[in-house]
Design a protein around this ligand. Structure first.
Ligand code: C2O
Ligand code: CU
Length: 500
């Protein structure tokens, strides 16, 4: 029987022709070496602080907490080394590539100049093995960010780390800070992410860890190959949430059997900087017995909201403040729509108690879970009121069988970049035309949702659409893509181009 994915695109121009065209598998678009002129060296202004760091990307054995895996990482542990600067600082970060493959670094969410954005073939040549590249940029906006490789599926190995930009005018109304980075992990457990993708695309013999999660035989009398919604749709509100079955979920590089233990004192206000660095997993996160006061989304301040639990899509960040109680409390990151179970765990320790069991359940995850796009911006984070000069469509499309994801009718490399002009107020009408959820990420800008909420990565539920507004004040060739690394790798990406 012919099997039709229930995630088949049900509207839009991404039809059979485009699917055939794309069946070759559109990997990271190759570039010819020497296409890009090296970025100019930035000279610090008088009094400007310079943050200098070297990151060496290399094969490594990493201990996840009693379980050691071979992977590619920036050092011996996960996440890679924290980079921390103050808004306005000049960052000068050198990537030494000791990998057997080319690499780059993307500074996710930072409104930097285009030449430092780290997208191979778009903003720079890939950094070849045994060569190095220095990224120099000013980080203008405080907040919680992260950085990661932008080549192939390297993000789903260990090539990621937090990037914190402190606020020179920080009100600092908290006593302690806990940076919490979430990840889904398969590398070195018998498969690499590339094996996983080969399984998903059918290019390899391996079944690649792909999940059999409900691609349904087509029903009698359903002749259009479309799913009309009578079949189970996965976890609300995200429908099908992920494609890959991961053996481990990590918080700060640790499996739940050996969780990180963060110590604070009862009554303290702790700022958690939450980062979802995973490739294919949306998490629902909660701290047992506590309420989270959500203060920032993707680095920008929001009107604080109390929540028992929050969703984090891939590439999203939230900052929350917690007034901590006395005892031992599990911080649980439950993967959404991953039927094989497992979860991420870390522990807050403010007093006596036992370390929670790896599969501890917290009741905060049973109730309402905050969807970040419903937050309201803090006044200071709003864009100035302006009329929109240009409106462009960005449609997320694709299917599981064949495994092909696209934007505006074709995969990256075959679709047409959105074209805008410097100085415009731009509105992108983003539409998810699939039955799967996708975190849409735009480089170099932090757009505003209709509420005014500023985001650089927005979770889009099946068939959901958003108007994304931003000012074209940072010319260059910018990537816009789904932050599911597998979707991006097969083509769910486009460009936003403008010259100065
Ligand atoms: Cu974190 Cu182009 O992405
Ligand atoms: Cu996607």
């Amino acid at each position: 029987m012919k099997r039709i994915s229930r995630r088949t695109a049900i509207t839009g121009g991404f039809g059979a022709a485009a699917l055939t065209l794309a069946a070759c598998g559109n990997r990271t678009v190759p570039t010819e070496a020497g296409t890009f002129t090296p970025a100019p060296t930035l000279t610090p202004k008088a009094g400007q602080n310079v943050v200098t760091q070297t990151l060496t990307a290399a094969p490594a054995k990493v201990d996840l907490g009693g379980k050691t895996v071979s992977t590619w990482a920036y050092g011996e542990s996960l996440p890679g080394p924290l980079i921390r600067a103050t808004a306005g600082d000049l960052l000068r970060i050198t990537l030494e590539n000791r990998l057997p493959d080319a690499s780059t670094i993307h500074w996710h969410g930072i409104r930097l100049h285009n030449a430092a954005d780290g997208v191979p073939g778009m903003t720079q040549d890939p950094v070849e093995p045994d060569t190095s590249f220095t990224y120099e940029f000013v980080a203008p906006d405080p907040g919680t960010y992260f950085f990661h490789s932008h080549v192939g599926l390297q993000l789903d190995r260990g090539l990621y780390a937090p990037l914190i930009i402190d606020d020179p005018d920080e009100p600092g109304d908290y006593d302690a800070e806990w940076i919490v980075t979430l990840d889904d992990w398969i590398d070195g457990t018998g498969q690499t992410p590339d094996d996983v993708l080969a399984g998903l695309t059918g290019a390899g013999a391996s079944d690649g860890g792909g999940m059999d999660h409900g691609d349904m035989p087509m029903g009698e009398g359903s002749s259009d190959g479309m799913d009309h919604g009578e079949m189970p749709m996965g976890d609300e509100p995200w429908g099908d949430a992920g494609d890959v079955a991961y053996p481990h979920f990590l918080i700060n590089g640790r499996i739940p059997e050996a969780p990180e233990i963060f110590e604070a004192k009862p009554g303290q206000r702790v700022r958690l900087r939450l980062i979802n660095a995973s490739a294919d997993t949306i998490f629902a996160l909660a701290l047992g017995d506590h309420v989270l006061s959500v203060t920032h989304s993707d680095g920008f301040p929001v009107e604080p909201v109390n929540a028992k639990a929050v969703y984090l899509g891939m590439g999203e960040r939230y900052d929350v403040i917690v007034t901590v109680k006395d005892g031992m409390f599990p911080l649980v990151a439950r993967p959404v729509g991953k039927p094989d179970g497992g979860q991420g765990l870390a522990v807050l320790k403010t007093g006596a108690g036992d370390v929670p069991a790896p599969d501890i359940q917290v009741r905060e995850l049973d109730g309402e879970i905050l969807i970040g796009s419903t937050l309201e911006p803090a006044e200071a984070a709003r864009l100035e009121d302006r009329t929109v000069d240009t409106e462009l469509e960005l449609a997320l499309q694709g299917s599981m069988e064949p495994y092909q994801w696209a934007i505006n009718g074709a995969p990256f490399g075959q679709n047409t970049p959105l074209s805008i002009r410097e100085g415009q107020r731009v509105r992108i009408i983003a539409t998810n035309q699939t039955m799967m959820s996708h975190p849409l990420h735009v480089h170099g800008h932090t757009f505003a949702l209709p509420s005014g909420l500023r985001k650089d990565t927005v979770m889009m539920a099946p068939m959901e659409s958003f108007a994304l507004d931003f000012d074209a004040d940072n010319p260059g060739r910018w990537a816009a893509h789904c932050h599911n690394a597998y979707h991006q790798e097969v083509g769910m990406m486009t460009g936003i181009d403008y010259a100065s």
